[in-house]
Design a binder for this molecule. Structure first.
Ligand SMILES: [Zn+2]
Length: 304
């Protein structure tokens, strides 16, 4: 009998479900508002409903959920989800497990994106890859030796909160100089406001950059340099084959035109030539696919 799995991308405002068969074909997809502010009971109800809708009456054999924060298996709990603290509620995952009565897998959303994008564009070609989400934050996930790297607690592969300047900008996490405080969408807008006094979205600033606006040029030149340094650090530490760039702010062409040269300048040790900076292929579908892959792995249909 054909088996099916459900993937869930549980974000801060939206939740999305997809139904895949064991050959990773997409059979259904549903979205809803998560209403996290209404509390844990409502969150659980919304997740249950989206699973029922997304499954379209088919019997699913496992469910994977991708969400912000770090899932710690020994406690069966999510930590480090500052924008959606309700997901950190002790017992939330247990309650979901009891209601679903099939295997339930939880993973960080950037790790889910990394998985899905790795299978979409790198599998078989590259084996050591970092995938970055450049959007409202700066998150990342790591594939080493074709395996998703979780580290000792499950928080492995996260580069957004490493510091590039110990006296630098204050990050939302409370530390100074984090990459996210420079390169996320809101951070780009904030830095441009400081330079120009104009409140604009990254895409609008990019349009000014294309017209040669000196402040926009300054902002993006500096940002490409920072991004090149950050990616070179990751490559130097993990000996990576490639970097994948996704998320809402990843569509600006200048990242792919300018950043590789900055990466090349800061590589250390091993001769590598030009490092591939790969544009993510799946758009905002990556997270939900990666979550479903967790379920397929649990059932023995995928290996990573
Ligand atoms: Zn930070």
């Amino acid at each position: 009998m054909e088996k099916y799995v459900i993937g869930i991308d549980l974000g801060g405002t939206k939740v999305e479900a997809c139904l895949l068969d064991t050959d990773r074909n997409l059979l259904a997809r549903k979205r809803a508002l998560v209403e996290a502010s209404k509390g844990i009971d409502r969150v659980i109800e919304v997740i249950e409903n989206i699973i029922i809708e997304g499954s379209e009456g088919k019997q699913y054999a496992a469910v994977g959920i991708g969400t912000p924060g770090t899932y710690i298996p020994s406690e069966d709990r999510i930590y480090g989800s500052p924008h959606t603290p309700v997901y950190e509620t002790p017992g939330m995952i247990k309650r979901l497990r009891e209601r679903l009565a099939v295997p339930l897998l939880i993973e960080n959303d950037a790790n889910c994106l990394a998985l899905a994008e790795f299978f979409a564009s790198c599998k078989g070609k590259y084996h050591h890859v970092m995938a970055v989400i450049l959007g409202t934050g700066f998150g990342s996930g790591l594939i080493l030796d074709d395996k998703l790297y979780r580290g000792s607690k499950g928080g492995g592969g996260e580069i957004g909160h490493t510091s590039i300047d110990i006296d630098g900008r204050l990050c939302e996490c409370g530390r100074r100089g984090c990459v996210e405080a420079y390169l996320s969408g809101p951070s780009l807008s904030r830095r441009f406001f400081e330079l120009s006094g104009k409140k604009m979205k990254p895409k609008e600033i990019y349009n000014l950059y294309c017209q040669g606006d000196p402040m926009a040029v300054r902002l993006f030149e500096e940002s490409c340099k920072i991004m090149g340094e950050v990616f070179a650090n990751a490559i130097n530490i993990f000996d990576l084959d490639a970097i994948i760039l996704g998320g809402g702010v990843s569509n600006l062409p200048l990242w792919y035109e300018k950043v590789p040269a900055y990466i090349e300048k800061s590589l250390f040790g091993v001769p590598r030539g030009k490092m591939p900076l790969i544009k993510a292929k799946l758009g905002d579908s990556a997270g939900v696919f990666g979550a479903a892959f967790l379920a397929l792995r649990e059932l023995g249909y995928m290996d990573f």
